[in-house]
Design a protein around this ligand. Structure first.
Ligand code: COA
Ligand code: AMP
Length: 630
């Protein structure tokens, strides 16, 4: 493994960021072009814990695009779209991306979208998805991107909460072996939502033609062609740039808000500090624009930093083979690749000796960054040995928008400890607290918490829901942000993230709520009660398993009921839930007060040792669970 000594520069930067956060972030803010500078760097009195850069004005799209054209980067590729699904590769220079964004902003404005309006974007991985996001940013409109793998009901819930003026979508997405028709899902979602958008902008892809609703739906290409380019609108740094819904502990998704100014500052800073990127370098986040990684590192950060961003429509394996990632890296001269551990596991499973690497020139690739779930050490070591490069696991969340812990290429990476997520990023005072809120010493496992205030780019609140933000993140331990992850910080300061303390699971790097799956199972007419847990999975890290107790008197074939339950979750939540395993049991293990012992069920499913909880109502029930999950 390539071990590079950690640089004292990290310790100095981290210490400086905590000792004088306003000085640290004011300096980082020099990387952004402001229309008006801030009144103060941080105002602790506004919002659930304060706001960064109040009084400042800027435009994120201008900072991602126009300023680079003005600085002479107009002909440099800004976005390279590579579709393994269609074989299409298309490069957009900064000038071209600016022009297209300005026109799409004009098209949205012509449909009545103005500053502060919400725009839902439900799109596959096509350049127009990034352009639509940047076009919203240009207008000061607030985009809310919904991942394409969600079903109509999930999309409807997001439309209902965000109340968009317009929706941007496409006729279809492309998954291996099937064309996913987006438009019928969108039509159904709009029908289900109490809120209706005024207009929809639909990208017709050649693989499927969407039926258009007269008066509401507009053709993306025609609207773009007819539009007048729109100039960037100056917005307050504290105005929302986007709302991204993510799984919470209830079935209702949480609308994580990102502001404009702090987001631009922290993401721009991260490109150099964490990933070691310079303007003109090629960066590839192999994720999806529907997830936070896609927002931050396919669209915003690489463009803020004047880099070239690669956008990939395809999978790590099967499109056409497990060499796809190496092909893309070689073809586009990628310097840093960022993906989820599950993608590496998929490649390792199909090509364990890395034979498909041969023939690709990866001389430009300098590091592999992983996030979305903890990377298991064998996969991290495999990738590092195969590539002969540093492999950096870094921990973050939709809520933070950038890494809470990482390795930092600017300072020299830390000695490699496979399984660790690195050290706290400058700006984060990360500590471990016990359940009573007391600080724990190094080596002790507890709740990973960040002392408030969170650094710029972290969510200042939830969409129209300060109270929800406070109860979800900052009320349990006053003065702290509770991450919802458990972990330990060792004596070197390296952080080991052990997993969630709530019912959120990570399936193939996708964050899902078992609570929302339970809601779906419980709605089946034959189900009396149920529990969904995340069981260990070789490829996807975790997969959901549902245990259901049938209502008294139901005598239908349990196998048929289980098939119906699998179909129901797919229909209500979407294929991304990857819910394929439902089993019938006669009882669920519960405490005497009626709480289902999900952690014990998970341990049984994972064949881990467990102690019978003293509060259990009837220990005999565990025997049946063992047999059913065995
Ligand atoms: N639109 C529609 N359907 C989608 C979709 C999308 N954007 N993304 C995934 N799906 C579907 C898949 O086709 C699959 O459907 P199926 O049940 O009919 O097979 C289902 O959702 C589950 O998808 P996934 O969990 O991704 O499994 P997979 O077998 O298709 O692929 C991997 C497995 C490991 C290759 C894939 O999960 C992967 O590349 N993961 C990386 C995740 C990632 O980038 N996360 C972002 C955090 S950095
Ligand atoms: P998301 O909001 O989708 O990015 O998911 C965030 C959650 O994914 C975190 O709370 C963690 O549980 C998990 N996660 C993300 N990255 C890592 C990592 N590098 N190591 C461990 N867990 C991670």
């Amino acid at each position: 493994m390539n071990i590079v000594s950690a640089n004292a520069g990290y310790a100095a930067a981290h210490a400086a960021s905590l000792a004088a956060p306003e000085t640290y972030w004011a300096k980082a803010a020099e990387g952004i072009d402001w229309d008006q500078r801030w009144d103060r760097v941080f105002d602790p009195a506004t919002g659930p814990y304060g706001r960064w850069f109040p009084g400042a004005r800027m435009n994120t799209s201008f900072n991602c695009l126009d300023r680079h054209v003005a600085a002479g980067r107009g002909d440099q590729p800004a976005l390279i779209f590579d579709s393994a699904m269609t074989g299409r590769v298309e490069s957009f220079s900064y000038r071209q991306l600016t022009e297209r964004t300005a026109k799409v902003a004009g098209a949205l404005a012509a449909l009545g979208v103005a500053q502060g309006d919400r725009v839902v974007i439900y799109m596959p991985m096509v350049p127009e998805a990034a352009i639509a996001m940047l076009a919203c940013a240009r207008l000061g409109a607030i985009h809310s991107v919904v991942f394409g793998g969600f079903a109509a009901a999930e999309l409807a819930a997001r439309i209902a909460d965000a109340r968009p003026k317009a929706i941007v979508s496409a006729s279809c997405g492309l998954e291996p072996g099937r064309v996913v028709q987006y438009k019928p899902l969108l039509d159904l979602a709009i029908e289900m939502s109490p809120h209706k958008p005024d207009a929809c902008l639909i990208l017709q892809r050649p693989q499927a033609q969407a039926a258009m609703t007269a008066g509401r739906d507009h053709d993306f290409a025609q609207a773009e062609a007819a539009a007048a380019p729109h100039a960037p609108v100056s917005v307050a740094a504290t105005d929302p740039l986007y709302v991204l819904y993510t799984s919470g502990t209830t079935g209702r998704p949480k609308g994580v808000v990102r502001d404009n100014g702090g987001h631009a500052v922290a993401l721009h800073n991260s490109m150099r500090m964490i990933y070691g990127m310079q303007p003109g370098d090629v960066y590839w986040a192999a994720s999806d624009v529907g997830w936070v990684v896609g927002h931050s590192y396919i669209v915003y950060a690489p463009l803020l930093a004047g880099c070239t961003s690669v956008m990939y429509e395809g999978k790590p394996v099967g499109t056409p083979d497990a060499g796809a990632f190496w092909r893309v890296c070689a073809q586009h001269g990628v310097k840093v690749l960022f993906t989820a551990p599950t993608a590496m596991r998929a490649i390792k499973q199909q090509d364990p000796e890395g034979k498909l690497l041969a023939g690709y020139d990866l001389s430009k690739l300098e590091a592999l960054f992983l996030a979305g779930e903890r990377c298991d050490p064998p996969t991290a070591v495999w990738a590092a040995d195969l590539l002969g490069l540093p492999v950096v696991d870094h921990w973050w969340q939709t809520e933070t928008g950038w890494a809470i812990t990482a390795g930092f290429r600017e300072f020299g990476l830390f000695p490699v400890k496979p399984g660790s997520g690195g050290r706290a990023s400058p700006g984060y005072d990360l500590q471990v607290l016990d359940d009573d809120g007391h600080l724990l010493e190094a080596g002790k496992t507890g709740n990973l918490c960040v002392r408030l205030p969170l650094p710029p780019a972290c969510a200042p609140t939830l969409w129209e829901n300060d109270a929800g933000y406070i109860s979800a993140y900052v009320s349990d331990f006053p003065g702290w942000y509770r991450s919802g992850d458990a972990g330990v910080i060792d004596a070197d300061g390296d952080v080991w993230v052990m997993g969630r303390t709530d019912d959120i699971i990570n399936v193939a790097g996708h964050r899902l709520s078992t609570g929302s799956m339970e809601e779906v199972l419980a709605s089946h007419h034959d189900v009396a009660e149920c529990a969904v847990i995340g069981a260990k999975d070789e490829l996807k890290g975790q997969t959901p398993v549902g245990l259901v107790v049938l209502k008294y008197g139901v005598n239908r074939d349990p196998a048929v009921i289980c098939t119906e339950l699998v179909a129901l979750v797919r229909e209500r939540i979407g294929p991304v839930a990857a819910f394929r395993d439902a089993r019938v049991v006669t009882r669920l293990p519960k405490t005497r007060s009626g709480k289902i012992l999900r952690a014990t069920i998970r341990r049984i499913a994972d064949h881990e040792a467990y102690t019978v909880p003293p509060t259990i109502e009837d220990p005999a029930v565990l025997e049946e669970i063992g047999k059913v999950l065995g």
